[in-house]
Design a protein around this ligand. Structure first.
Ligand SMILES: O=C(O)CCC(=O)c1ccccc1C(=O)O
Ligand SMILES: [Mg+2]
Length: 350
């Protein structure tokens, strides 16, 4: 296994309940073919890697960069360091798919937790992400997204007082009468505020509100369901398994970030658990580099009939690891031809 550290600046900081995200630091993970792993890595330095992964920790959702590096150096990271495990798991899955001459999503669909006769999708619908701003700015950004072809838009809330956020939700709905709208509070509200905001979101025909309460408040999340708008969980999945969240009846939608969950395999298992419990799943990123975004796209493509996903985050980065082989077009991302993550498109990274 070979590691290469990187740092990617964002075009504009993204405000979250854990503070602004300004840059994403992580590691490219290159693995060799399975049989070579016991050999001396030096022989492989000049040869392309068999598989490519990415470990891009985001404190609040995953381990720190130092803990990520230590886990990768240890060789076999487990789910206590999800970003490190993601990097290795994705690289192994990519190597496996490339060896089988298949797209990663086809491999995941065939070997994953969903019925193997359901083929992977060729494209995944995605939502636009609208950050904090005034009601007028929110309306403009939402209108722009719809004009670009997005059928689903996610509005970040929780940074302003509830009355102003309510005006923002209304402005978004007025700007996009027909779009599927979601809001993401990143755990910012108390139960009373969350109840009132969910009622407003229901009146405005929002599909779901992501993390209206802090991650730990599973019983509060459960009590918010059934108000005419869905409850989504994101941060709760960093401290609780999908099964725990579902057993607590705390969610209508699981927001699955493969980087935070420890890998494509674990994200797909969580999607299956959601469906089995009568809930749904959307796959998103932690503002990852192109390798992990592609990994998340393949995960989403392997979820039968997946709803719009939060994968359109590449445009938030001012720089990337390589040109994006899966740009957003008409509100969807096409899965690149294989084998693996993107066939020859990422050749320079192997
Ligand atoms: O889901 C999306 O639309 C984009 C991803 C996103 O919002 C996000 C990105 C980085 C960290 C946290 C989050 C979040 O969903 O809260
Ligand atoms: Mg979220």
């Amino acid at each position: 296994m070979r590691l290469e550290q990187f740092s990617l600046r964002l075009t504009d900081p993204l405000e979250t309940a854990n503070g602004p995200i300004e840059a994403r630091e992580g590691f490219l993970v290159r693995v060799n073919a399975e049989k070579d792993d016991t050999d001396d890595d030096r022989d492989d330095r000049d040869r392309p890697a068999a598989g490519l992964g990415e470990a891009t920790p985001l404190p609040g959702w995953t381990e720190s960069i130092d803990d990520c590096r230590a886990a990768l150096d240890g060789g076999t990271p487990d789910a206590t360091t999800p970003a490190a495990r993601h990097g290795v798991s994705l690289a192994r899955a990519d190597a496996d798919a490339r060896a089988a001459d298949e797209r990663l999503c086809d491999r995941l669909a065939a070997e994953g937790p969903f019925d193997s006769d359901s083929a992977a999708a060729d494209a995944v619908p995605v939502n636009a992400t609208v950050g904090d701003g005034t009601p007028a700015e929110t309306a403009t950004a939402t209108r722009d997204a719809v004009e670009e072809g997005f059928d689903a838009v996610k509005i970040k809330v929780g940074a302003r007082d509830a009355a102003e956020d309510e005006r923002r939700l209304r402005a978004a709905r007025d700007a996009a009468p027909d779009a599927e709208l979601r809001a993401d509070a990143n755990g910012a509200w108390d139960r009373e505020t969350a109840g009132a905001m969910l009622d407003s979101a229901a009146d405005l025909g929002f599909a779901y509100v992501e993390q209206p309460l802090p991650a730990e408040d599973l019983s509060g999340l459960a009590s918010l369901r059934g108000r005419g708008v869905g409850v989504g969980v994101d941060e709760s999945l960093a401290s609780h398994s999908a099964r725990e969240v579902l057993a607590a009846d705390a969610a209508d939608v699981l927001v699955l970030k493969p980087m935070a969950l420890g890998g494509p395999d674990r994200a797909l298992a969580s999607a299956r658990a959601a469906r089995d419990a009568g809930a749904d799943a959307a796959v998103t990123t932690t503002l990852d580099g192109v390798v992990a975004r592609l990994g998340a796209l393949h995960v989403a493509a392997a979820v039968p009939g997946v709803r719009a996903c939060g994968l359109a985050t590449g445009s938030l980065l001012a720089e990337d690891l390589a040109p994006d082989p899966a740009p957003v077009r008409d509100g969807a991302m096409a899965v690149p031809d294989g084998p693996g993550l993107a066939g020859d498109s990422l050749a320079s990274l192997y």
